[in-house]
Design a protein around this ligand. Sequence first.
Ligand SMILES: [Zn+2]
Length: 250
Amino acid sequence: MFIDAHLHVGMFLDIKSLTECASKYQIFPIAVATTLKESSNLLKTLDSLNLKLPVFVGIHPWYLTQEQFDETLMENLLKDKRVVGIGECGLDGKIATPLDTQLSVLEQHLEFAKHYQKPVNLHIRSCHGQLTKALKKYQGFLSGMIHNTTFSYEVCKNYLDLGFKLSFGHHILFNQDKLNQVLKKVGLDNIVLETDFDYVHTGLYDPSLIIKEYEYLSAISSCELSKLQEQLCTNVSNLIGTLNEFNLYC
Ligand SMILES: [Zn+2]
């Protein structure tokens, strides 16, 4: 099984086709939302399709201009058994929304994650210092993954020391020596793979991307594909619990 650990399922117009395609290629997607409204709509769509995908709910920093953090809605979303985590949330140093505003909403997410003991799925762009400072306040109480890892090993190490896994996407396929070295140093027990929304504009799920990422990681780490699949499945299960109760393949 290929786990796509960070996929914006709710952004696809035809979620039924997406899951059918994933199923055909033995891909197990983990849905990550960008707003609470989208999270809520996604759960309703999954209901109508009788699907039990694991879902992360939260507000992506890019969408803070569209939506405020609604604590009541978040509480209600967390009552749904399919909601396994909180995110995508985080910090982005390259957007107009002031960092203070972003930090305050991030803390709201982290408080919920701590209280409900859920992993977080984190977005970060160019303000690692502020993110690690925010996470340090919760050290020992939070787990999760840092999404779209393209950072130096030193930055990765800060997140590993805080108990986070690192999620890598299509950048690994560029075969850059620097990122190859980072992957090797981070180690397979700390890695998950993702496709995010790189091709969502096509409207179709592209199964080849996550498969290529697995094959690439298998090759550069000299780990058999089946062993890699087992390891990454363990990594994801360690964060969100067993995947057995989700019935994508039924
Ligand atoms: Zn994302």
